[in-house]
Design a protein. Sequence first.
Length: 253
Amino acid sequence: MTSTLDTARLAEDLWEQTRGFTRAVAGRDPDTRVPTCPEWPLRTLVGHVGQEHRWAAELVRRGEQLPIPDPRQAEPGAPDEWARWLREGTEGLISTIQETGADTETRTFFGPRPAAFWLRRMLSDTCVHHYDAAFATDTAFETADDLAADVISENLDLLSTPGFETTRPAVAGLRGRGERIGFRPRSTEGWVITRAPEALRWERGPVMADVVVSGAVADLMLVFSHRLPPEDDRVTVTGDRALLNHWLAHAAL
């Protein structure tokens, strides 16, 4: 599915999320634990964000699939160098896609896709990791509703792509017998996910499902991304909670 955000907006939002991430980690102890991101220390989270931007840029530049790098091997430098590390990674990714052409086909795990695929993928991941950094450092986190909505849609695009389970085997457990999971925001159309026997399907529109999570779109993004528990007061769950829990256990990216 195509993003509702154009390429210029994707680039603008990637810069904004990177700057927000940078502010959240500035001056912090590198050993600060990040509870929402497999208990990594903050240094590993910073390294990962800069590393994945560089990795995606190199993939687009070379036009071939590259091994996924190990976040623990990233070297972001001393804390006073983190801002430069993050800025250079984002700048390199955006400039590479601009030079290559956003519509130029490049390699992905799912076959050829426009280079803008990687801009959207990195934006989604950076947005969620911005929250991780903000949560770990008790810093404010904000994101526009349409960006939060696109993060959910982008994640669903991945989860429903044929062959994605070769990258994330747990996704195979999302197949079902037509059960439906809904995410209903206040400010935009919702998402209905159908667990069909052959594959996962999803669509935007009115939400009627076996279990529905309702709330602000940014909070729905955090539930969807396993950052906010569905028991949190910011969201409301109606229907089959066991179905929602099964979804959350198998849909992690």
